[in-house]
Design a protein around this ligand. Structure first.
Ligand code: C5P
Length: 227
């Protein structure tokens, strides 16, 4: 059960960081949470875990009822930089490009989003929360104290994702990455429920020419300006 209606002021502060894939928001959100001693919600991981659970169960990714049932009972655990599905460490598995695409497919299903709603709101605990995703400021925490929409040019985002994959020892093709990223962003922005778009009161932060430190400082400054 959620502690309060999402439209009444939240009992603890919330900073929402939304934006397209590979915009760097995950890293920035985690660093901001660390700087403030706040909890951190990586909502994309829940959609990735749902896609993985569906694949393991042999459910079609467009079988809304079956995928929503899996999402509602997702045996997910987070901790020590790792993610588990039941007893399996799936930290690496959910980061695969295929799982990002799968997540984007299941995320378009209204019943799946509804099944994950309260689980996301339950992350709001004292002393505060930094929530990273696509609809954190628009749907999950509309009364958040500070909202940021973090973007970067498509070229910069593809390059960042490419570097990440190569550093982890994966092979990657920049042309394919750009195509996959554009397909995912288009699906996320055009879906009927909770489409990817900035909340009207969000700070737009373009990090194309900004390093992580500068982006973290900009988010912290925005939050402090709202206190
Ligand atoms: O952020 P990440 O790339 O891990 O998210 C994977 C996918 O999950 C996104 O492309 C999007 O379709 C979906 N997602 C969402 N709403 C969120 C977070 C992620 O629809 N709040």
């Amino acid at each position: 059960m959620s502690a309060a209606s999402p439209l009444t002021p939240h009992p603890s502060p919330v900073i929402t960081i939304d934006g397209p894939s590979a915009s760097g928001k995950g890293t920035v959100a985690e660093r901001v949470a660390h700087a403030l001693g706040f909890h951190f919600l990586d909502s994309g991981a829940l959609y990735r875990l749902t896609a993985l659970a569906a694949m393991k169960a042999g459910a079609a990714l467009d079988d809304e009822a079956a995928v929503a049932r899996l999402a509602a009972g997702l045996p997910a655990r987070f901790g020590e930089g790792a993610v588990w599905l039941s007893d399996e460490d799936v930290t690496e598995a959910i980061r695969a490009e295929a799982m990002g695409a799968g997540a984007s497919q299941v995320a378009a299903l209204p019943a799946v989003r509804a099944a994950l709603l309260e689980r996301q709101r339950a992350y709001l605990q004292p002393p505060g929360l930094v929530a990273d995703g696509r609809d954190m400021g628009t749907v999950i925490f509309p009364a958040a104290q500070a909202k940021v929409f973090l973007t970067a040019s498509a070229a910069a985002r593809a390059e960042r994702r490419y570097k990440q994959l190569i550093e982890k020892g994966n092979s990657a093709n920049l042309i394919d990455l750009v195509a996959d990223m554009q397909a995912r962003d288009a699906r996320d922005a055009s879906r009927a429920v909770a489409p990817l778009r900035p909340a009207p009161d969000a700070l737009l932060l373009d990090t194309t020419h900004m390093d992580v430190d500068a982006a973290v400082q900009a988010v912290l400054a925005h939050y402090r300006s709202k206190l």
